[in-house]
Ligand binder design. Structure first.
Ligand SMILES: Cc1cc2nc3c(=O)[nH]c(=O)nc-3n(C[C@H](O)[C@H](O)[C@H](O)COP(=O)(O)OP(=O)(O)OC[C@H]3O[C@@H](n4cnc5c(N)ncnc54)[C@H](O)[C@@H]3O)c2cc1C
Length: 318
């Protein structure tokens, strides 16, 4: 339990990382406010496919640890329909016979498919049941949890953390790609992601192939199907690229012919905040002020969110 003098925290950033961090801090007894530059719809979090799947995030041992905590949390949330989370079977197909399923320890129950069930054109495949977030519903649920917990969200862009330290002596940096300028962090860079939202088709399970230069995936939501994707490092184009759309739709239709009934209702683009290692650490500044960094989750923000949030609480309370 924090002492009274240190109990107020400003969380900078209101994507999935900032919101889960604020909720964990509030649940641990801190009073919390969130400051955000952008409307929620303009964040990377709003553009995500949001399947639980560790992808483009380092270091792997920590990612597995954070992913395991998040898996358990999302599995519980899946029992609550308003959360927009549900458990969904996923098949990951590989070009190799003996793939390194490095994230398997975070999931209880990864099974290897028998040869006759391996998708055509692949050498092996595994199956698991993982959480999937229906992003618009899940973000709305996170916002309603903030309201219920008494965490205000304030529209305010900062140029320096000094501005946040005027309001609290504890600040948590969940600024995603915004941390590049705030921390002068050249290691942090965008990895562009583009997905299609397909309506009028259904698939029973998710499908992933991340062995090609570009990740390919199909993620079912209750009223649509997400088809992805791209992973273009340091590419900051925010408008959809028709060539990307064509390529990802062709790959998805080859893997899941039942998608041919659907039509592309919209195309979303987002900038994954990638770093050679997620920055989750505490800086003790002068006068006893504390700045905790929680950014650089790349393609795994939804997958590691609650695990990272719990670690922020430990770092702040230590
Ligand atoms: C196409 C695509 C598909 C994806 N699919 C998945 C998936 O299936 N599974 C998964 O786990 N992850 C997925 N991701 C990755 C995931 O979306 C990100 O890792 C995650 O959204 C990062 O969240 P964040 O809160 O750090 O950043 P953001 O959502 O970008 O939020 C950053 C926040 O910081 C604020 N901010 C920034 N600078 C300032 C400033 N100077 N002052 C005040 N506020 C500031 C912003 O306004 C915003 O509120 C995907 C991403 C993309 C683009």
């Amino acid at each position: 339990m924090p002492t009274e003098a240190s109990q107020h925290v400003v969380v900078v950033g209101c994507g999935v990382i900032g919101m889960t961090t604020a909720l964990e801090l509030r649940a641990s007894g801190y009073t919390v406010e969130i400051w955000t530059r952008d409307d929620l719809a303009a964040t990377t979090s709003a553009a995500a496919g949001a399947i639980w799947y560790p992808f483009l995030a380092e270091p792997r041992d920590a990612v597995v640890r954070w992913s395991g905590v998040t898996f358990d949390r999302l599995r519980v949330l899946a029992a609550e329909p308003s959360s927009g989370v549900r458990m969904c079977p996923v098949v990951e197909a590989f070009a190799e016979e003996e793939p390194d399923v490095w994230w398997a320890d975070a999931v209880k129950g990864v099974t290897r498919l028998e040869a006759e069930h391996v998708p055509p054109g692949y050498c092996s495949a595994v199956r698991a049941t993982v959480p999937v977030c229906d992003v618009p519903v899940h973000l709305k649920w996170l916002v309603s949890e903030l309201v219920r917990s008494g965490v205000p969200v304030i529209r305010r862009e900062i140029a320096s953390f000094e501005e946040a330290f005027e309001a609290a002596d504890r600040v948590v940096n969940c600024a995603g790609l915004g941390a590049r300028a705030l921390c002068h962090d050249d290691d942090l860079h965008p990895v562009r992601g583009q997905v299609c939202v397909l309506e009028g088709a259904t698939v029973e399970s998710a499908w992933i192939d991340d062995t090609t230069p570009r990740p390919r995936y199909v993620v079912p939501r209750p009223a649509s199907v997400i088809v992805g994707g791209t992973a273009q490092a340091r590419d900051e184009r925010r408008t959809p690229d028709p060539a990307d759309t064509e390529e990802m739709m062709a790959a998805a239709l080859a893997a899941r012919p039942e998608l041919s009934a659907g039509r592309v209702a919209s195309v979303q683009v987002g900038m994954r905040p990638f770093r050679s290692a997620v920055r989750l650490e505490r800086e003790r500044l002068k006068d006893g002020r504390i700045l905790v960094h929680n950014y650089g989750h790349g393609g795994s923000g939804y997958t590691v969110s609650w695990g990272c949030a719990a670690e922020v609480v430990s770092l702040l309370t230590a």
